[in-house]
Every structure is written in structure tokens, then in C-alpha cells.
Design a protein around this ligand. Sequence first.
Ligand code: ATP
Length: 327
Amino acid sequence: MQKISKIAVLTSGGDAPGMNPCIRAVVRTAIYNGLHVAGVRQGYQGLIDNNMYDMDPRSVSNILNLGGTILKTARCLPFRTEEGMETAYQNLKANGIDGLVVIGGDGTFTGALRFSKKYPDIAVIGVPGTIDNDLYGSTYTLGFDTATNTVIEAIDKIRDTADAHDRLFFIEVMGRDSGAIALRAGISCGAEAILLPERDTAIDTLIENLKAGQYNKKSSSIVIVAEGDKRGAYDLAEAVRKQIKFYDIKVTILGHLQRGGSPSAFDRILGSRLGFAAVNALIKGETQKMVGLEANHIKLTDLEEALTQHQFKLEDDLMQMADILSI
Ligand code: ATP
């Protein structure tokens, strides 16, 4: 079993609220256990540029409440090349690092697994940090809860103005491949329709639903569109506008505000638990694993499995319930 003496931690891919509580947990758990810790700036780019610094417990003071990531994040093309990986490896060795915690989504894990297979003397543990909630091996990913709450707050406000003016709003939320945010926000805000990348909703069905709503005396309607819906909120609104005249139709794209903000209690606790578990896994000699939360217990999943089983959970039961509750 490989004994770890110094670890590095980085955040990579899209930022997600909860990454900071996770960094804090990684740093303090490592130091508590007598390990040294380096923080890597800007994800894999920082490994290639040797942009890392030694961290102590005070380096992560007062960050639990901060959105984003104090280590910064990046999408790094050079890390996809053999040369980039070799440079990253040499820099890690030069800094005496033998364990790596990567916080990110499936792209981050793909890079981590490739790297770890090539250089097995650096142990690697992944922490699922993405607002999309689309990773196998963890019921929840870091940032999903906060992002969903942010979306709900925004949609509640839009509902106020929609209702005042008898309007129909198409609201686009994040989720290129995953409708997780759209579905939760749709249930929470009583959306009249929820369009997900995992489910094909014909435009005629949507129009029938909206007409039924008007027949049932609804004074406003909200259609939530996950960005992964190929038709896009503007084109959908245009198609509906041709057939529905009783509503004034508007479109709102929520965009990047969904990524920011102070992490929710759930994400602070999840980040703390996953960061704590990631370091303990490294200490136990684990590598090429992802730490996740299943049935409120920490679970380790092989990175290989987390990536190949990568699934977009189509939650039919929740979708059916949402349809019924919005009549
Ligand atoms: P999110 O789910 O928020 O988009 P992500 O981790 O999936 O997060 P990506 O941009 O897909 O975000 O990946 C993050 C980084 O991981 C990339 O910028 C790149 O540096 C690295 N990466 C992705 N795929 C590979 C690969 N096949 N080989 C090496 N590195 C990779």
C-alpha cells in the first residue's frame, strides 16, 4: 500500500457552490492526519503551469459561505495531451506530491482516470462537483442543491409578474444533458410544463397542456426548459405563439446566475463530508475512486464505473407527479 505524505487539491470544469467547503475539509482533514497539502490554481492548468501553493488550516478560513472556488477553475485543453500530462506529473513529483483530490464533473474524472492509469504512483480520488447532478455513484453532486434553490427563487419572482399580467413564460435553466435542475425546480414552482433532455415532449402535447390550463382558469403559466432541449426556449416560444393567443408570451434565460451564490446548508455539509472522505480514502491507500453519497452514507465507486455507468436518470415517477400536481 502506497503511503501518502503530501496531497494536492484542485477544482476543475464548471464551478459549483459547495466546492469551497470541500476544499476546506480536504485541507483540514489532511493536516489533522499529518499530511502536507498544496492547493492547485485553475484546475489541471495549474498542474501544468506548476501554479500551486502550500496550504494550512488558516488558508481555508471563512470560506464555507463562499460560492465559486478559491482555487479557481478552468477548462484545460493541454491536459488532454500526453505532453501536458507528463508536465503535470513532473510538477507533482517536483513538489513531493503523491496524492491528488480532484473536484469536478465527468470530464474532470475522465482526465483523472487517464492520468492515474499512466502514472499510478500518484493516487487519485474524485469528488463529484457539478450542478448537473449527473454522476453515477452519488445521489447528489456538489452544487446541485444550491443551484436548484437559486432557480426556484428566480422562478417564484417571475411567477409574480406572470400572474399579474396573465403571461406565459418560457424559462430556460441549466442542464445540457441532465434535466435534474429543471425537474426539481418545476415541481417546486408548480410549472405547467417541464421540458427535459431525457424526455421528448411534442409541441402539440405542450400546446394541449397550456390550453387545458387556460380552460381550467389558470391566470399564468410557466414552462421550464432545460438547456439540453434541442429546440431552445426562444424557438419553442415562437412555435407556441403561433397557436396560443390568450397569453402574452415571454422568454427568460436564467444563465450563469444559477452557478453563483452562497452554498446551501446541504451543499456545505455534503462538501465537508465528501472532502473528509476523500482524504481518508487516500490515507487508506485507495486510488482511482470517486467518493459519493448514497442513502446518506459515504460510498466509494471506481472512477471507471462512475464514468461508464454515467447515466442520466429519467425520473418518470417525479415527472408523472409533476404533471398531475400542475392541473
Ligand atoms: P461540468 O460537469 O461542470 O462541465 P466537467 O468536469 O465535466 O465539469 P469538463 O470541461 O468536461 O468539465 O472537464 C474538465 C477538464 O477535465 C477539461 O478542461 C480537461 O482539462 C479535463 N479533461 C476532460 N476530458 C479529458 C480527457 N479525455 N483527457 C484528459 N483530460 C480531460
